[in-house]
Design a protein around this ligand. Structure first.
Ligand code: DGL
Length: 278
């Protein structure tokens, strides 16, 4: 690994503001870290785009984060993690650490199954069309444990619904109920929330399942994973240094985004436009 310094920021990116749920979890777990967030709002949603387009966007954004001296790049989007992780990793090489949001979740499922002595027989995954079509969760889980069945369901209405601020209300409950009662998700022993927007509707999903189905939320798992990886590379930023900074960029600025960001990051945010496509 190239000479990296713990004071360098962690860079995160997503198609929009969903990845802020991951940024928030990292900030809570590692309050000393500097963070730079990039939301590619010019190309939202990623869920419907081709793998080639996602790879193209991801490389350009990774370059932006490298230009901003990030020591680690977190692909805080399941769709981009599913379709562009290897491409980004090859592109970055030894210039920074790269983390996706799928491996930590897969690890959590496999570890839990060991703890539960093989009681996890069927795992459900919900995500964008791109993520579900890639079949990446199933591939990675079955690679290690063939006896776990993985059943994916694309839930494309959830992202626009959440982006519009429709959660914890009658409409969101109806949409969530209609998706989660589909036969594909019958008799699951755990559900992967395979999209970085979904932590915002986690309570509603929990209510629907009445606590019977454990929900695997990428944000918490990724924060833990990031912490361990930085520790391993001796890149954790230590307490007592200057106050950390948080910077938030979008590729296409509109007022609407700023309004919703607060509920995703739990703190008032000032969005800046980074004109990387203009
Ligand atoms: N946040 C993205 C993800 O985790 C989904 C949003 C989109 O479709 O752009 O997959």
């Amino acid at each position: 690994m190239k000479q990296l310094d713990s004071n360098q920021p962690i860079g995160l990116f997503d198609s929009g503001i969903g990845g802020l749920t991951v940024a928030k979890a990292i900030k809570e777990k590692l309050p000393e870290e500097n963070l730079i967030y990039f939301g590619d709002t010019a190309h939202l949603p990623y869920g419907d785009k081709s793998p080639d387009s996602i790879k193209y966007y991801a490389i350009r954004i990774a370059q932006f984060l490298l230009d901003n001296k990030c020591k680690m790049i977190v692909i805080a989007c399941n769709t981009a993690s599913a379709l562009a992780y290897d491409t980004v990793k090859d592109f970055i090489g030894k210039r920074a650490l790269v983390v996706n949001v799928i491996d930590p979740v897969v690890k959590k499922i496999l570890d839990s199954n060991v703890k539960l002595r093989g009681k996890i027989k069927k795992v459900g995954v919900i995500g964008t069309k791109g993520t579900i079509k890639s079949g990446i969760h199933a591939r990675k889980i079955v690679e290690v444990n063939k006896s776990i069945e993985v059943s994916g369901l694309a839930t494309p209405l959830l992202v626009p619904m959440i982006e519009e601020g429709f959660f914890n209300n009658k409409i969101s409950r109806t949409v969530i109920n209609s998706y989660l009662t589909r036969p594909k998700l019958n008799h699951i022993d755990a559900l992967i929330l395979g999209c970085t927007h979904y932590p915002l509707i986690k309570n509603e999903i929990e209510e629907l399942y009445k606590g019977r189905v454990p929900l695997i939320d990428a944000a918490d798992e990724v924060a833990e994973f990031v912490s361990q990886k930085l520790k391993k590379h001796k890149l954790l930023r230590l307490r007592g240094r200057k106050k950390p900074f948080y910077r938030f960029y979008v590729s296409d600025y509109t007022d609407g985004f700023e309004k919703n960001t607060n509920s995703f990051f739990n703190q008032k945010i000032k969005l800046e436009e980074a004109r990387i496509w203009k």
